[in-house]
Write a protein that binds this ligand. Structure first.
Ligand SMILES: [Zn+2]
Length: 120
């Protein structure tokens, strides 16, 4: 299928996880940590319509919460470690997970909006 002169339809998840342009799959999407470029440096796709709002943060909260809370409960039930063990394990995991997931999650949502022509 041909879309905008590009023969291959890019997977929103492949381009998103690589933080690349959803149309050509080559141009970098971000200029800062979470700041989108105005346009794609390779294919000039306009990124200005992309608006993910709080979507990525909400997904990450749900995902990390669903993973970390059961793990903490299992650790407590199985091993009953001192409280400082929990303090040592979970905050870095949550912080690192959230920061690590924000960029790819936002890029995937931008790519999904492009794929489904949201805002067009
Ligand atoms: Zn592009």
């Amino acid at each position: 299928m041909q879309a905008g002169g590009y023969h291959l339809r890019q997977s929103p998840f492949r381009t998103g996880l690589a933080c690349r342009c959803p149309r050509c799959g080559r141009g970098r999407l971000f200029t800062g940590f979470l700041t989108l470029r105005a346009t794609c440096p390779v294919c000039s796709l306009d990124y200005s319509k992309a608006d993910t709002g709080d979507g990525p943060a909400v997904l990450i909260i749900l995902l990390l919460g669903a993973l970390v809370v059961p793990m903490a409960l299992v650790l407590e039930a199985q091993a009953g470690p001192p409280f400082w063990v929990h303090v040592l394990i979970w905050p870095p995991l949550i912080l690192g997970g959230a920061l690590g997931l924000l960029r790819p999650m936002k890029a995937v949502m931008v790519a999904l909006q492009f794929r489904h022509k949201a805002g067009a």
